[in-house]
Design a protein around this ligand. Sequence first.
Ligand code: SAH
Length: 293
Amino acid sequence: MKLPIGRAWEERVDKMGNRSRGEAERSTARMEGELYKGEDYKTEFQPQNYLKTYYAFDSGTIAENEVLKFNLNNLFETFSPGGMGGDILIDIGSGPTIYQLLSACEVFREIIMSDYTELNLREVDKWLKKELGAYDWSPAVQYVCELEGDRSKWQEKEARVRRTVKRLLTCDVNQPRPLGSAQVPAADCVLSLLALECACRDVDAYRAAIQNLVGLLKPGGHLVTLVALRCCEYMVGSRKFFVLSLEQETVEKALQEAGCQVLKCQYSPIKYSEAFCLNEGFCFVVARKGPGA
Ligand code: SAH
């Protein structure tokens, strides 16, 4: 039995991510309720609620902004000219977001985005096509342009993302071929942010999923991933979703077992607002696929 849907969760949370007392009491019922996972994503994960909660940026809660900045700063460092780049980047578990491509679009010729749910891909497509009701990413785009040295170039960057994303595909990281029968060239880079810990039921599945992603890479290609550590659940609107709790060592070990060398593992103790997500820190990881993997 699924829980009835409450009023939008985030309306009752202030800038610091604190819930009102009434909300805390009301939420107890939900805490004991359904924990969504697996195939539930296809019906229960509402892209607009996810975006409003975690990516409101300037107008959102402080903790969520800090997480996004940590992420954007690391992506900027990783994909700045002279750093990593190449022909093909595949983003796995893209969700309804495009922030992850703002630096990468400058150094890859072609980007393939993918997600488990059609609804998320539809949300991305709305933004790519500048449709009515598309999410406004401009605050995050301006932030990245500022990192690059010129905040005023944000519209050019948006145009570049739109030009560089060539395909939207469905994917399942739990399959040995995460992109199914789609004809996709081996990638120079596979990017997967905050997705594997949502998609995998246990550590064995996580290890297998890392291997599946490594399988999409050319030898010498890079896997870039951001993990919410020691996380167990998060809210999307009034729905609570399962997250696999991971330690940094587990992530590094999974990459090594899949034949990768870990080049960077940037830890930060920042957390999401407790009202939205329970986690203890993040790690941003860059690994390289070895010749024999
Ligand atoms: N990368 C985005 C979205 C993360 S939310 C971001 O950085 O914000 C988690 C995402 O994992 C959702 O978009 C969900 O649809 C996706 N997901 C869930 N199960 C999956 C699976 N088995 N394979 C691939 N993606 C999955």
